[in-house]
Write a protein that binds this ligand. Structure first.
Ligand SMILES: [Zn+2]
Ligand SMILES: [Zn+2]
Length: 177
């Protein structure tokens, strides 16, 4: 049966060239390698890896951010450490904002976030290499637990773009600045 959280999540990627055939081919390839039937989780993870490779070559920061958000959720759903994927998500979002000509980001803290997240509310950061190397979200000591069934540490805060550099934006669009 094709009914699982993974299926719902991956079905949103169909517009990106992921089809039922992708599932079947990936599943067959993994099952052969494992010598036993690959789970949906394994298939999903492998498809995420294929997509990150593909989008890193473009590079398409928006799609990379989306995939890493899916990967973070995938790990969190399995009670595994997901912070590294969450950092990648924010890193690619910052790179996307820079590409679009923004000079700063501001923290939009989740209304039901933990103390560590709340302490970051409305902080602004200049977009530079240091920030890309060390995204401010999620905070290392995040203890967010938005429902009782979730593990703690799943930060739902967002970075929002600020301070548009019009000339950079026009250059990005291929127009004269
Ligand atoms: Zn938090
Ligand atoms: Zn947070």
């Amino acid at each position: 049966m094709l009914i699982s959280d993974e299926f719902v999540m991956l079905s949103s990627l169909w517009g990106w060239g992921i089809t039922r055939d992708t599932y079947e081919e990936t599943k067959a390839m993994l099952s052969k390698r494992f010598g036993t039937e690959a789970s949906w989780g394994d298939v999903a993870w492998s498809i995420y890896a294929q997509l990150t490779d593909e989008f890193a070559r473009v590079p398409d920061f928006e799609k990379l951010a989306t995939i890493y958000a899916c990967m973070a959720a995938h790990l969190h759903n399995r009670h595994r450490a997901h912070r590294q994927c969450a950092l990648e998500y924010h890193r690619y979002r910052i790179m996307l904002f820079r590409e679009h000509g923004f000079r700063k980001v501001r923290i939009d803290a989740h209304p039901y976030g933990c103390e560590a997240c709340e302490a970051l509310r409305d902080k602004t950061y200049t977009i530079n290499e240091d920030l890309i190397k060390n995204p401010p979200l999620p905070p290392e000591n995040c203890a967010c637990q938005l429902t009782k069934s979730w593990d703690a540490g799943y930060c739902m805060c967002q970075l929002v773009a600020e301070d548009l550099d019009q000339k950079a934006m026009l250059r990005h669009l291929g127009l004269k600045g």
